[in-house]
Design a protein. Structure first.
Lengths: 469, 137
């Protein structure tokens, strides 16, 4: 789960949209509803007050005494409203006080108009309405008197209903945000699932499963991508298959050619041997030619045998013939048969038993030791060491060693470590065959240079003794 | 992206509930219709309307009579000379004393008391003399 993945971005966008829409819609309707409630309440209160004032007549005496002011204040007050009458320096009221009335409102009232204002008294909203008292006597025109009438009314009920509006708006907001989040998650799932499937298919393809395909569903852009992916994977599978077929054709061709060459080569070897034996009796150039033919026939035979051997590895028909042997004995036999016993220093502890194919081990050792003897500088050493489950044979020489650039390719087929040596008695397949043999045993063959000079080939093989116990 | 949102929310939160307002202006002040006559006495040097809800005499008679004991105790006086008689005539009021000798406030008292919704101005006349036409301030 990524912090700023598709899911998070979709979620943020949807929630923001939900919040903005809700704030705009709920906020606007809240403000409109609140203003409507307040305006209606205020207008009703103003009308009620002016109606009450009009009914003052039987008690209306001008100039009013303090008792008259008290009388009027009582007449204009009821359960909801609390009146205050101000005349010059005198005033009368029960809860409302002159000091509470803002100067602005008094100024407005003094100018002859009805004025009102919402105040916050001790934290509670209060509406204060004020007006001067006008009188129209029977004989004259309307005349404003110096009497000011104020009336206060609590707006707590209105505040409560407005608070309910706000609560509802918040609830609606939370609900719409939750809904937006839900929709965002659904949308993200719709997008992310195909992406994840596509990713999994690409991963499988990368791991080498050329048959990996993405599921194509729908007709959106993602389906297009999946379709393109499938087409690409199909064409890749086709091309890789073709390459593999071509490679196996080539290998089979080499195997077939090598096999076909064996029979004529056997005949040629026989003839060449005869020629070789007769060479001392031949004169000059003929003798040289006879020896050359014999030599090259033997080289060719070895090359063809190596090719046949390696094509067996390629085709998987090479098999191990296991035998429990004393490894030191196998090494000694190899040295003895090749005639290297005197040239090679050995450290072969007795009693290292292992289950392996002695013929193939001989091939590997002959190749490694032969290379060391031919291309390295004496003394060549063969050291055997053993652990409970594996054995190690190190073949080392004191020559210049292998160039670092050569090391990774030293087991490649027909790879010549010595560039100047274009023609050699080796087929160029010796180390490749040795490597394949070791691999067949489940072992490892490593080429390296010793710190104090000289190449060292390290051969590690499993001993496979526990299988019998 | 987030700053305007926060500001909006803060503004909305601040705009919640019933807030104090400025002064809202309504209609002109209401008047109480009184079925009795009103007349003008002097209070703090100005002609001021006086209404006696249970006195049904005509306005000029009430003015000629002067302030009652209650009105006197509230600081109301008259500047009309005692014994002056006033009678309505078509152009205004006929006064039994010399109108040119009346003080300005006394003239206001008479003019305001005599002004009716139908009359634009009032002229005070006495034998051979007149003041006006005048209007109630």
């Amino acid at each position: 789960v990524r912090a700023w993945g598709l899911r998070a971005r979709l979620l943020l966008a949807f929630v923001l949209l939900g919040v903005i829409t809700t704030v705009a819609v709920s906020g606007t309707s809240y403000v409109l509803a609140r203003d409507a409630v307040l305006v209606k309440t205020q207008d009703v209160a103003v009308v009620e007050l002016t109606d009450q004032i009009a009914k003052l007549y039987p008690r209306l005496t001008l100039p009013p005494s303090q008792a008259d002011l008290t009388l009027w204040a009582g007449a204009l007050s009821d359960r909801e409203d609390s009146a205050l009458i101000v005349h010059g320096g005198q005033s009368s009221g029960n809860t409302l006080e002159v000091a509470t009335i803002p100067a602005e409102l008094r100024q407005k009232v003094a100018s002859g108009y009805v004025g009102w204002q919402r105040l916050s008294l001790d934290g509670a909203p209060v509406l204060v309405i004020g007006t001067r008292l006008g009188v129209t006597p029977k004989n004259g025109a309307p005349r404003l008197t110096d009497v000011e009438v104020y009336s206060a009314r609590s707006l707590l009920p209105e505040q409560q209903s407005i608070d309910r509006l706000a609560t509802n708006a918040w609830r609606l907001g939370v609900l719409s945000v939750a809904l937006a989040a839900l929709l965002a998650l659904l949308a993200a799932r719709g997008v992310l699932r195909p992406v994840r499937e596509l990713g999994a298919a690409a991963h499988r393809l990368g791991e080498g499963d050329l048959g990996a395909r993405a599921q194509v569903g729908g007709s959106d852009e993602l389906a297009d991508v999946a379709r393109t992916f499938n087409t690409t994977a199909e064409s890749l599978e086709k091309h890789v298959g073709e390459l593999r077929r071509m490679e196996s054709d080539a290998r089979r061709f080499v195997a077939d050619v090598s096999h076909e060459l064996r029979t004529p080569l056997a005949a040629m070897t026989a003839v060449a041997d005869v020629l070789d034996e007769e060479a001392p009796n031949l004169s000059g150039d003929a003798a040289t030619a006879a020896r050359l033919v014999s030599q090259e026939t033997h080289n060719l035979t070895r090359l063809v045998n190596d090719l046949v051997e390696i094509s067996r590895f390629d085709s998987g028909t090479a098999a191990l013939v296991f035998d429990e042997v004393d490894v030191a004995e196998v090494v000694r036999a190899t040295l003895r048969v090749r005639g290297w016993s005197d040239e090679v220093q050995t450290d072969l502890p007795p009693g290292v038993l292992a289950r392996l194919d002695p013929r193939r081990l001989d091939v590997v050792l002959a190749n490694l030791i032969g290379n060391a003897v031919r291309h390295g500088t004496p003394p060549v050493s063969v050291v055997l060491s053993a652990e409970p489950d594996q054995l190690t044979i190190e073949v080392a020489d004191r020559g210049p060693g292998l160039r670092p650039a050569v090391l990774p390719q030293v087991f490649d087929r027909f790879y010549k470590a010595d560039g100047a040596r274009t023609r050699s008695e080796g087929s160029g397949l010796g180390l490749a065959i040795a490597w394949e043999n070791v691999r067949l045993h489940g072992g490892v063959l490593v080429a390296d240079n010793r710190p104090d000079g000289g190449a060292v080939f390290t051969l590690r093989l499993p001993r496979r003794l526990e299988a019998e116990r | 992206m987030r700053v305007p949102l926060v500001i909006t929310v803060v503004l909305l939160a601040a705009g919640c509930g019933v807030r104090p307002s400025g002064v809202i202006t309504g209609l002109q002040a209401p008047t109480v219709e009184v079925p009795v006559s009103g007349f003008y006495l002097v209070s703090q040097g100005k002609a001021t309307l006086v209404v006696r809800p249970d006195d049904t005499r005509s306005a000029l008679d009430l003015l000629a009579d002067g302030p009652s004991a209650g009105e006197l105790s509230l600081g109301f006086t008259t500047e009309i000379p005692p014994g002056t008689k006033m009678t309505p005539v078509p152009q205004g009021v006929e006064v039994s004393t010399d109108v040119t000798a009346l003080s300005a406030v006394a003239v206001d008292q008479i003019v305001c008391t005599a002004t009716t919704p139908g009359s634009a101005a009032v002229t005070l006349v006495s034998t051979g003399k007149s003041r006006g036409p005048l209007t109630c301030p």
